[in-house]
Write a protein that binds this ligand. Structure first.
Ligand code: HEC
Ligand SMILES: [Cu+2]
Length: 324
């Protein structure tokens, strides 16, 4: 289905849902225009034509059955049609196809966080063109609503439950999204950097791109932040992947060995062999933890194969090297 051009009333329609939504909208709109002009026009005409002073002796003529049946049945047919289209569209809007690409959308005062299938987070929303995308929407505080006008989709973000919506974009480009539920403001006092915070901050632009570009973006989320050194990125991986629940960096013994002074250390494995800790050993410990178990510890570490990619493992090793 082709994208549609913007009009005075509606932005361009960029999803497979938009043509039928727009058709229903314009049908109701033009029906209202015709009825408004017709009814008000007829009323004015009759006021003029049947003015009391022109017909001083006239009496009411009683019923006109065909006319009354007609003006009851005709609107009922139109309303039934509108209901039918609306219901049909509601059903297709709420039943995504089976193979959607799922992105988590979290609203909070006053920003959105998008979490991609590979676990990467970003304040930016990128989606591939032509692929069915499902948004899983939730809120961390108050009511928000996620609204993408070009796709003709909107969904409340309700604390304590998930809302979903789906769409299939029909063209690439950038288009605005909004929070469509007033969610408060921080008051009239600007923050230290001079900015005001509130509901109006929860708008942004969705980027619709080819699958290749989208995958590149998604992959980049797993890399270092701009300006972050490899070791700092590794430290962030240590936090984000919760390695800290078993590994300290200050020498404290937890469920796993501390990372302090780990690099270059001589260690004894539970099979009695000795190891000097270097890159290949660390890499194997992360991808295949039960291959060589440090003496005195239980083999409880999960594998991070498929969770951490090569660059992330390099970054963690760079971080470990800084822990003397
Ligand atoms: C559930 C607890 C647990 C978590 C979570 C955990 N580990 Fe471990 N880790 C262990 C244990 C126990 C050992 C020692 C036994 C072994 O070698 O398997 C260990 C050993 C290691 C070693 C070898 C240490 C040495 O002294 O030789 C490395 C490197 C390591 N883990 C990296 C990581 C990284 C990176 C993460 C996070 C991405 C992580 N671990 C998360 C429990 C954990
Ligand atoms: Cu909001």
């Amino acid at each position: 289905m082709n994208p549609t051009e913007p009009t005075i009333q509606l932005p361009g329609g960029w999803s497979t849902l938009s043509p039928s939504v727009d058709w229903t909208y314009y049908f109701i709109y033009w029906m209202s225009v015709v009825l408004f002009v017709g009814i008000i026009g007829a009323a004015l005409y009759f006021v003029w034509k049947y003015e009391r002073s022109k017909h001083p002796k006239s009496e009411p003529t009683g019923h006109n059955l065909p006319l009354e049946v007609g003006w009851t049945v005709a609107p009922v047919i139109f309303l039934a049609l509108i209901f039918h289209w609306g219901f049909e569209q509601y059903v297709s809007m709420t039943s995504p196809p089976a193979d959607t690409l799922d992105i988590r959308v979290r609203g909070r005062k006053w920003s959105w966080d998008f979490e991609y299938p590979n676990g990467g987070h970003s304040p930016e929303l990128h989606v591939p063109v032509g692929r069915a995308v499902r948004l899983l929407i939730s809120s961390e505080d108050v009511l928000h609503a996620f609204f993408i006008p070009v796709f003709r989709v909107k969904r409340d973000a309700v604390p304590g439950m998930y809302g979903t919506l789906w769409f299939r974009a029909t063209r690439t480009g950038r288009a605005p999204f909004y929070c469509a539920e007033y969610c408060g403001a921080a008051g009239n006092t600007p923050a230290q950097d001079g900015s005001y915070a509130g509901h109006f901050n929860m708008r942004g632009e969705i980027t619709i791109q080819t699958m290749q570009e989208y995958l590149t973006f998604e992959e980049s989320l797993l890399g270092p932040h701009p300006g972050e050194s490899t070791a700092d990125w590794g430290q962030r991986m240590y936090r984000e992947n919760q390695c800290f629940t078993c590994h300290s960096t200050d020498g404290t013994r937890m469920a796993g060995p501390s990372w302090r002074g780990l690099f270059g250390r001589q260690e004894r494995m539970s099979d009695g062999n000795g190891v000097t800790v270097e890159e290949n050993y660390l890499r194997q410990s992360i991808l295949d933890p039960s291959a060589r178990v440090v003496e005195g510890f239980q083999p409880v570490m999960p594998t991070y194969r498929g969770t951490l990619n090569d660059r992330q493992i390099d970054a963690i090793i760079a971080y470990i090297r800084t822990l003397h």
